[in-house]
Design a protein around this ligand. Structure first.
Ligand code: ZN
Length: 240
């Protein structure tokens, strides 16, 4: 009898995270250490990379086609190091991302398909314009599109398929963080992850130094941390 009951049990669904970014390397720079911690907790992680990142390139000049290939390969290498389940490349042109219905739909359908509990992305509330890197136009646009796709995915009529309600946003690259993740134990893992994006920096030593300096400034509480604005998404009309 017990066997029968057990065999009817649905296998426990792993908790899922979707990280939505504009370019290969955005998540690694902004939240790489935190991603390692979630993997350790048993989460499945999926990436969406909206553009091909072909125009953010620091090593020698090459045609766009080969720059795209290099950036995709680097992203897949980093994803493998981290243990990402799948990378969805949306193949938009770097620095020319358009926020349109097509982008929102693509993101919303991915959300419905993989059913994340948490969505990571850039912070759509950022308006300081203090950093040309963090406030990059593609970052601003993907932040809004990811935010709106979460709404679309929980709606019954906007997109095909059963609605899915995401529970939390973890916004990175934020001006007004409300949470610091202690990644001191994962700093070398994070740096290894960034090393996979070899076209994005001149040498390992200066990159590691920059990352360490950067991540030690966010809060005095931890030696190295990543900063987020966490937003709980209210679920006012869920079924009992
Ligand atoms: Zn970027």
């Amino acid at each position: 009898m017990i066997d029968t009951v057990q065999s009817k049990k649905k296998p426990k669904q792993a908790k899922v995270i979707l990280a939505v970014s504009a370019h290969p390397d955005d998540v690694e720079f902004s939240a790489g250490g935190t991603m390692f911690k979630f993997i350790k907790k048993g989460y499945e992680i999926y990436f969406v990379i909206a553009t091909n990142g072909e125009n953010g390139f620091k090593i020698k000049d090459q045609p766009a086609k080969s720059r795209i290939k290099i950036r995709h390969d680097e992203q897949l290498k980093a994803a493998k190091i981290l243990g990402v389940k799948k990378v969805f490349f949306l193949n938009r042109k770097d620095c020319f991302l358009k926020y349109d219905d097509k982008l929102r739909k693509e993101l919303g359908l991915i959300i419905k398909k993989i059913k994340p509990e948490i969505v990571f992305s850039f912070d759509p509330s950022n308006h300081s314009f203090e950093s040309v890197n963090v406030l990059h136009r593609d970052h601003r646009l993907i932040a809004e599109a990811a935010f709106d796709a979460v709404f679309a995915a929980r709606n019954r009529y906007l997109l095909k398929g059963e609605p899915h309600a995401v529970k939390q946003f973890w916004f990175f690259g934020c001006d007004k963080p409300n949470y610091f993740e202690n990644i001191t134990a994962y700093i070398n893992d994070k740096i290894n992850l960034i090393k996979a994006h070899r076209s994005q920096f001149y040498d390992n030593e200066s990159m590691s130094k920059w990352v360490k300096e950067h991540l030690s400034n966010y809060t005095k509480k931890y030696k190295y941390s990543e900063k987020f604005r966490i937003v709980n998404i209210s679920q006012p009309f869920t079924k009992k």
